[in-house]
Every structure is written in structure tokens, then in C-alpha cells.
Design a protein around this ligand. Structure first.
Ligand code: ATP
Ligand code: MG
Length: 415
């Protein structure tokens, strides 16, 4: 991608009306644009990050038998009346058309997927089943002050699973837990993200959250330093020691964290009101048991920024960076331009994705922008590097740059 034609310019200053680090950096670097509190546009750079996160999640869920579908965002009121959540505690956006029909903008999809699955699932032979989607959710969140972490409109991966008995639900719940560990690791927040015990509501003793440790977090958790397992603030009274090693509350460390994903054992919470049942081998009608599993994609993106940044900008983990390499051309003499153009073309031939700063701007501005945008690797082509017959390479997370001989050396040592 030529940076001269990239839509979404860097801003000289962070926006004043957004206080969170993720929102400031993502806007200043040209990844997102704020339409109003809690509602953001993804610009081309930001959309590439989002798609990279989506790709990782899709791969891991395909691996565990998830089938992808796409459900509507506009829901009839009737479905939400069945579960009692039309007037429920979580604020829905509601609308009415001219003929007086009422609708909700979907904040989650149990009300849609449960009757859909009822259409096709009748027998034990139809189970287990795991369906997921990437979809826009709408929530009338009261506080939308944390940038991408808490949107009023946001993209969620929601997975729903359907089972014949508790043992099978528990088995799959653990399978998803493992898949989530892989997803967050691949997104670059594996080390900071801890499995957290949370209240399971009335249907299960616990649910689990994946909480990423950072001061920017809205949640408070109690972390066992030995096991790296935590307990959410809300259940600490019921579960005052580490669920694994039983260390007592005094040993647990209070930390701020962001819930990047969660998994719930719903059991019959939604299958009962919708009458989702199946016939077992003896022909007996039994309730289907359900699990649900969410990950907010924008929240993951914002969390990665909270964890991986410095005072100069973002430092993307390789797997979700919008481009692999930032080729920065300093100077505009014909030989420098030719060398940088060639490097850009050659990288693409090697299936490396480069962002090429071909703009006629000062070295200071270009290097500052490169740090702000935060691609994992920066390659400088200038009069100086060319006279040495080299290219200058620097990892975003390191201070020192190195001179390498050329493309082959660059690919071998850095990519
Ligand atoms: P929270 O307690 O933070 O409000 P939640 O319990 O409402 O989260 P779920 O309804 O289970 O979360 O949603 C599943 C996932 O969707 C969450 O783990 C989180 O990653 C993401 N998510 C939830 N609310 C938002 C939001 N307002 N903006 C962005 N992502 C969100
Ligand atoms: Mg919520």
C-alpha cells in the first residue's frame, strides 16, 4: 500500500474528546474515526487489523467444529418477549416502524438462534452443534468512555453450542476454553490474559472470563500469582480462594483488567422458553442444553493497543498488524526513489505486505508517523543507507536499528 494514497491521515495531536489511550492512539494514527460516543468507523488500516483478528478467531473456531452463519441485526420484539429480556436489565435499542411494529437492534443473539435451531434439531442425532457469527451488536451502554473497549455499536464473535446432556456441554465448554487461550495468544495478549472465574448467574456455579491485565481495565480481578488464574470482583465473596491451589484471599493480587472474552454455560435458560427439545434414543423428549461464548473484536483491538504501546505510538503484534513492514523512504533523489520502489515491489513478490511511505515529507514527520502507526518492522531507505549499500531495519519494540545487506537478508533475519 502506498501511504500517499492511504485513506485515513495521522493527526498531529490526539483527539481531545476521547480520554482512553486506545481511542487516542487509534484515532491519531488513522485506524478509526469517532462518529459519536461509543460508535467508531474503521478506516482502512483499522479494518485490516479487525479482519486479522477475525481470521484468527475463525481459524480456531473452525478447528473445534464451529459453523459460521450470519443472523439478522434487526429483531422482532416478540422474540425478546419470550425470554423476558425486552424489559430486561441490559439496555436495548428499540425502534418502531410506521405501522407500529416494534423491533430491537440485537445486543446478543440467543433470542434469534434458539428458535432457528429448533427448526432443524429434533433428534439426539442432530447434536452436538456449534454455530457462530461475526456481527454488529447494539447496546445502550451508559458509560462509553473507554474507546474501542465499550462501544454502543461493536462487532462481536458469538458462538452458541447445543448439547444433549451436561457432560457433553461441559466437554465442549472446555474445548472452547482451550480455543480462546490460542486466540488470545495469537492476537499477542496471551501473556497478559488470564482465565477468570465469574458468577455463573442462576444456571451454573461459574462462568469464565478471559481478562487482560492492564491499568486501563474497567474490571477488578483477584489474581493468584502462582496459578495465573483469577476471580472476578463480583464473586470474590463466594469464592475467596484460588480455585486451583486454594491460596487464600490475602495471597491474591488485586488488578485492573479488561474482559476480552467470556464463556457461559446457559443450560436450559433459553431452550426452555423457546421449547427447544430433542428426542433421545428411547424417544423421550429432552431439553437441549446450551452454551454461549463471546469475544468483542474491537475490544480485543483496543486491548492490544492498551497493552502494546509506548509514548510514541502503537506497537502491533505481528499477527494482527495491518501490514508486516513499513518501508520509509527518506529523501527524493532518483536513486533513493528507485531503490525504495524496488524494495516495495520485491517485498510484495515475497508475500510480505508492506506499507510504503512514499510521501514527500520531512524525515522527522515520516519517522514519527511510523512509530505512531506501529508496524512491527520499519525499513529505511535513504541516501545514507544506500551509500553504505545497505538497508536500515528496526523492530518497533527495539530502540536499536541494524543495517542489513538487502532483501534476502531482511527476509531471512526479520520476517
Ligand atoms: P461487560 O461486562 O464488559 O459489559 P458483557 O458481560 O456485557 O461485558 P457479553 O455480553 O457476554 O459481555 O459480550 C461478550 C463479549 O463481547 C465480551 O467479553 C466483550 O469482549 C465484548 N463486549 C461486550 N460489551 C461490549 C461493548 N460494549 N463494546 C465492545 N465489546 C463488548
Ligand atoms: Mg455488558
Amino acid at each position: 500500500m502506498l501511504q500517499s494514497t492511504l485513506f485515513g491521515k495521522t493527526l498531529r495531536e490526539p483527539p481531545r474528546d476521547d480520554q482512553s489511550t486506545n481511542a487516542q492512539l487509534l484515532q491519531q494514527a488513522g485506524y478509526v474515526d469517532k462518529l459519536m460516543a461509543g460508535v467508531y468507523s474503521y478506516l482502512p488500516l483499522g479494518y485490516r487489523v479487525l479482519k486479522n483478528i477475525e481470521h484468527i478467531i475463525r481459524e480456531e473456531l473452525t478447528e473445534i467444529g464451529g459453523q459460521e452463519l450470519l443472523l439478522p441485526a434487526l429483531h422482532p420484539k416478540e422474540n425478546w418477549m419470550v425470554t423476558g429480556r425486552w424489559d430486561g436489565p441490559d439496555p436495548l435499542y428499540k425502534l418502531e416502524d410506521e405501522s407500529g411494529h416494534a423491533y430491537a437492534l440485537g445486543s446478543t443473539h440467543e433470542e434469534i438462534i434458539t428458535p432457528l435451531v429448533k427448526r432443524d434439531v429434533h433428534s439426539y442425532r442432530d447434536l452436538p452443534l456449534a454455530l457462530y457469527q461475526f456481527q454488529t451488536k447494539f447496546r445502550a451502554e451508559l458509560r462509553a468512555k473507554s474507546g474501542m473497549l465499550r462501544g454502543r455499536e461493536f462487532i462481536m464473535k458469538d458462538l452458541y453450542s447445543f448439547h444433549r446432556d451436561e457432560a457433553d456441554l461441559a466437554r465442549y465448554y472446555d474445548v472452547v476454553k482451550e480455543a480462546y487461550v490460542k486466540i488470545f495468544k495469537r492476537c499477542g495478549i496471551g501473556e497478559e490474559t488470564v482465565l477468570t472465574f465469574a458468577s455463573g448467574g442462576s444456571f451454573a456455579k461459574y462462568s469464565h472470563e478471559f481478562q487482560t491485565l492492564t491499568a486501563a481495565g474497567e474490571d477488578t480481578i483477584y489474581l493468584c500469582p502462582t496459578c495465573r488464574i483469577a476471580i472476578n470482583d463480583e464473586i470474590i465473596a463466594e469464592q475467596p480462594n484460588c480455585p486451583q491451589c486454594k491460596a487464600d484471599r490475602g495471597k491474591l493480587i488485586e488488578q485492573k483488567a479488561i474482559e476480552v472474552g467470556n464463556i457461559f454455560s446457559l443450560k436450559t435458560k433459553y431452550s426452555a422458553p423457546f421449547g427447544l427439545t430433542f428426542k433421545d434414543e428411547s424417544g423421550t423428549e429432552m431439553p437441549v442444553l446450551m452454551g454461549c461464548y463471546g469475544i468483542g473484536l474491537g475490544r480485543v483491538m483496543g486491548t492490544v493497543v492498551e497493552v502494546h504501546h509506548d509514548d510514541r505510538g502503537i506497537a502491533w503484534p505481528k499477527a494482527i498488524a495491518p501490514y508486516d513492514v513499513h518501508v520509509v523512504r527518506l529523501g527524493d533523489s532518483p536513486s533513493v526513489v528507485a531503490a525504495a520502489d524496488t524494495l516495495y515491489a520485491d517485498l510484495r513478490k515475497k508475500n510480505v505486505s508492506p506499507l510504503y511511505d512514499d510521501r514527500d515529507l520531512s524525515a522527522g514527520i515520516k519517522l514519527k508517523d511510523a512509530d505512531l502507526i506501529g508496524l512491527p518492522l520499519r525499513v529505511v531507505v535513504s541516501e545514507k543507507t544506500m551509500s553504505a549499500g545497505k538497508i536500515e531495519v528496526k523492530r518497533r519494540i527495539e530502540e536499536e536499528s541494524n543495517l542489513v545487506d538487502g532483501l534476502e537478508a531482511l527476509v531471512a533475519q526479520y520476517l
